[in-house]
Design a protein around this ligand. Sequence first.
Ligand code: PEP
Ligand code: MG
Length: 583
Amino acid sequence: MTIAFQGIGVAASQSVAIGPAYLTGHGLSSASPTPIHPEQVGGELNRLNQAVAAARRALKMVRAQVPHATPLNIAEFIDAHLLMLEDVALVDEVRKIIRDQLYCAEWALQMQRDILVRVFDAMDDPYLRTRRDDVEHVVQQIMSFLQGAQLQFDPDNRDLQGCVVVARDLTPADAIVLRHRGAAAFVTEYGGPVSHTAILARSLAVPAVVGVHNITRYVRPGEPLIVDGETGTVLADPDTGTLDYYRERLSAIEARRQHLHTLVDRPTVSRDGTAISLLANLELPQDAATARLNGAAGVGLYRTEFLYMNRDNLPDEEEHLATYTTIVTALAGLPLTIRTLDLGLDKRSEALGDLGPGASNPALGLRGIRLCLKEAGLFRPQLRAILRASALGPIRVMLPMVANVQEVDAVLALIAQLKEELTREGLAFDPRLPVGAMVEVPAAALIARSLARRMDFLSIGTNDLIQYSLAIDRLDDSVSYLFDPTHPAILRLVRMTIEAGHALDTPVAMCGEMAGDPRFTRLLLALGLRHFSIQPGALLGVKEIILDTDIGELEAHTNRLFARLDDAEPGELLDALEALNRL
Ligand code: PEP
Ligand code: MG
């Protein structure tokens, strides 16, 4: 087998592409610390200003090229980058370095970039960390003009039909233009699974692998590339055997997609007649359409954090309302579960301004419901908008990071107060707006009965539940091998929560990634889970398993599995799980 380069990165979308490499933006040399004389300061400041102006023109040009049919509000990303070009923390500081430390513009820019990137790298919240990418993208734009580049993606410069774009990094704006010009896939050196570019790749259904270190050094323009967005693999110059294998994979993926699509309209009922509700997780309002195309029975988790990202002001009540109205309308009568703001805390977030103190460990700090209860000014507009939107369609509100009953009682009291306020103002709302809590802190699972008594529904957030129960930072690669949904502690907490719901007649859903992983579908069904909330692209795979499962048949096996939880030999639980899946 002759593969010139094999790179492993982060799988950023779910498909495979084969095409010639189109290298871009990799020719930028990094800056060197060139000292300047005081009399050169004016000239350097001038060069910087011109580069910033050119970057601004380039971004505006890209913005004008954004196709109307784009299923994302990409213009907002670009606007955020335009704003960043004006940001004192970036350009003004670079000017200061030129003036005070007497360095050339390129080096000053690189120094400030390093400072900002360090700040963002220290953040634990994945959404806030994506701001690091924004800094990189904007610096890259300015740097390219300082170094004499032309507009990186001149919209007319080349047809990219079928090409695999390889770049050190892509801005969301680049990604959208590249897709518009026919790019079949993209591969980047930087970026994580929740970077904007990766989010866009999934949303645009473009095969993509991010975080393939140094790929721009090893791949030659025009060289055939295979991009496997499922495994995060990139293969350069593959031999015919490998190509044939991937061509077969492509046909198999397409055949499977078509097969799964035939399930869209089938009711989600197990072989022995239990109805299951399959709901979708949404990041962006535009995903509502994809959720419907995949047959979702509604939305079980709309992460409203996106509303706060990439901007330096907070969304007001009207903006919240407009967004929720768009989704409710797109869902045409299907239920929408809006999760209230769950940003991790950081003072340096532009959107959050100075709210709340910094925390030495933000994962354990003023996150989610804690932040919202402390900052009523942040919470009230969102809750009022959710209430007002509830007059337009079936809406439920869901609280993240709940750890005790006082928190839910406080939210219920606030909602009651806001209802009175809206009534006085003559604004409509659903008086019975269901309120639910996420069970994603181990304490919440352990007091699930108290929560179930107070709440209209519960939803298990396994991403955080696993992080907090097993003490694994979900963003830290070095401990990701410990991230195990089948750890006995997790299985017990999940079962405990589902049983508490059953005992009190409170529906329990699961909206963490575990719910969308087909390996666990049968186990969860056997544990009594009846509501799954999943990213839209994974809905039909889980549905296929549900349709093929006799839940009654699973129960004896699952009881045996639980009876062995404390004494199981290594690997025994996984074997038992596989046995369930083979039934
Ligand atoms: C979870 O924690 O499982 C969850 C669904 O919430 P998020 O991933 O947004 O933290
Ligand atoms: Mg969570």
